[in-house]
Design a protein around this ligand. Structure first.
Ligand SMILES: Cc1cc2nc3c(=O)[nH]c(=O)nc-3n(C[C@H](O)[C@H](O)[C@H](O)COP(=O)(O)OP(=O)(O)OC[C@H]3O[C@@H](n4cnc5c(N)ncnc54)[C@H](O)[C@@H]3O)c2cc1C
Length: 464
């Protein structure tokens, strides 16, 4: 193979493989470089394996609660080895699928760590490759927490926490009440551990709408997960009976010790923008390791693009994918711009999902905020699912009736939020949402009713 390409993509996570495939579709000769695993974090140690574990844990919980409607199953238990095998099988199938897609699109794949030599040249394992455009999609890695050094045994990061088949703890401490901490908290709780989550900020999911985040915290609490906000981990000591962790309550400035068997450090992720030689060729990499880009995903150096976790938050797969398509189209001579209407989901059960603005953000942006809400306790469909805990909340502008945001807790919120993302993309008003006929009985009706409630005309709840 000649070493000259139209487009070189560094990293084959969601951002990278989307960019590579789109560039190939546009007729470009493409090289993808991958240092560790095709499919990146999302497919190998992120979205996919966590969702598999959450599904198994939810099924187990469903069996345990079936007695409410007459399904009596004795001694439901989990074989974590088999569960691990199922998880790995899904990952293998999907990552194999990405490799096939790359091949099918005639994309060359080079294994190894890429570094920049100059603006059009990278070096991988001593070999040089030239690209007219180069797209950096190197992703992110777990943040470290001083005093809680990860050994993937007693103290794990999300990758270690996936391995539920190894040393399953009786007591788990999750440091960090973000999506990753909460999802693992529920998996471990349902598989049999006693779980505590500590969060430094005043609420779990610190950037989320406080009402829906608070509701999720309350429901997870009822499920037996201990959640402590404004609490930080200070230090850990390994003793015979377990890990003695000193916690500090930031409200009262008091300390106490809890004893656990395993600690998950889930305090966020940091971008992998450093160590690629970008700075030496004049590409700006900020002090945290993010690579700033314009809305075309181009860095300050023309012809070098950056996408995904390495550019800016939110660190989400679908954001990386869309940025990948945008960068590829521009690298192929197009004129695409990135649109940051990004839905956000936590896959606990019930799920949490949001898109658009919170009340606070809308008020700050100068809108006259009006809120409509529909509790799932009033949903016939939720009752038939035995899952009535949840809320659908819409934010609108009282003056123009424009829909500004949607925030939900409930089953299938991850799928329901897509309707709200489309509504925002289409510039829908709250009236448009309320006028749309939703099938009955479905959870999606809650969206229609929340829109009607915003105008104080909902049918199945009092319009206070
Ligand atoms: C436990 C967990 C659960 C998650 N769940 C979800 C979820 O449900 N939904 C969601 O939207 N997001 C989720 N995420 C986030 C999601 O995984 C990331 O946002 C997404 O993977 C980012 O994609 P990316 O292409 O930017 O980078 P990555 O997926 O990080 O891929 C980057 C790739 O680049 C390679 N690489 C790095 N440097 C080099 C180099 N110099 N040369 C060659 N290759 C290199 C890496 O090996 C890696 O394969 C989760 C993350 C974690 C950790």
């Amino acid at each position: 193979m000649s070493n000259i390409y139209d487009v070189i993509v560094i990293g084959t996570g969601p951002g990278g493989y989307h960019a590579a495939i789109r560039a190939a579709q546009l007729g470009k000769k493409v090289l993808a470089v991958e240092a560790e695993y095709v499919g990146g974090v999302c497919l190998n140690v992120g979205c996919i394996p966590t969702k598999a574990l959450l599904h198994a844990a939810e099924e187990l919980e469903g069996i345990r609660h079936g007695a409410e409607f007459g399904l009596e199953v004795k001694d439901a238990k989990v074989d974590t080895k088999k569960l691990g095998g199922w998880r790995d099988g899904i990952v293998k199938k999907l990552t194999g699928g990405v490799s096939q897609l790359l091949k099918g699109n005639k994309i060359d794949l080079k294994t190894g760590f890429a570094r920049f030599v100059d603006k059009n040249t990278i070096e991988v394992e001593g070999e040089r490759f030239q690209g007219r455009a180069i797209i950096v999609a190197t992703g992110s890695e777990p943040n470290t927490l001083p005093g809680f050094e990860v050994d993937q045994k007693n103290i794990v990061d999300s990758t270690g926490a996936l391995r539920v088949e190894e040393q399953f703890p009786k007591r788990l401490l999750c440091i960090g009440g973000g999506a990753i901490g909460l999802e693992f908290a529920q998996v471990y709780k349902r598989l049999g551990a006693e779980v505590t989550v500590i969060e430094f900020m005043g609420q779990i999911l610190p950037a989320a709408d406080p009402e829906t985040a608070g509701l999720l915290a309350k429901i997870l609490g009822k499920q037996g997960i201990t959640i402590r906000t404004q609490t930080k981990g200070v230090k850990v000591e390994k003793k015979k009976d377990g890990l003695h962790v000193t916690l500090e309550d930031l409200k009262t400035a008091t300390q106490e010790t809890i004893v656990v068997d395993k600690i998950l450090v889930a305090t966020g992720r940091r971008p992998r923008g450093k160590g690629l030689g970008l700075e030496a060729i004049g590409v700006v990499v900020d002090e945290r390791g993010y690579i700033p880009t314009n809305e075309k995903m181009e860095t300050n150096v023309p012809g070098i693009y950056a996408i995904g976790d390495v550019t800016r938050p939110p660190l989400l797969a679908h954001k990386a994918m869309k940025e990948g398509l945008t960068a590829a189209e521009n690298a192929a001579g197009g004129n695409a711009v990135m649109d940051y209407q990004i839905p956000n989901v936590v896959y606990t059960s019930p799920e949490w999902a949001a898109v658009g603005m919170t009340e606070e953000e809308a008020a700050k942006a100068g809108y006259k905020v009006k809120v409509g809400k529909f509790p799932l306790a009033a949903s016939g469909r939720a009752m038939t699912l035995g899952a009535t805990e949840g809320l659908i909340k819409l934010i609108g502008d009282a003056e123009t009736d424009l829909l500004l945001g949607a925030h939900m807790v409930g089953p299938s919120a991850s799928d329901l939020i897509a309707e709200m993302a489309l509504a925002l993309e289409m510039g829908a008003t709250v009236t448009d949402v309320g006028l749309t006929v939703h099938a009955h009985p479905t959870l999606s009706e809650g969206i229609m009713e929340a829109a009607e409630h915003l105008h104080r005309q909902a049918i199945h709840i009092a319009n206070r």
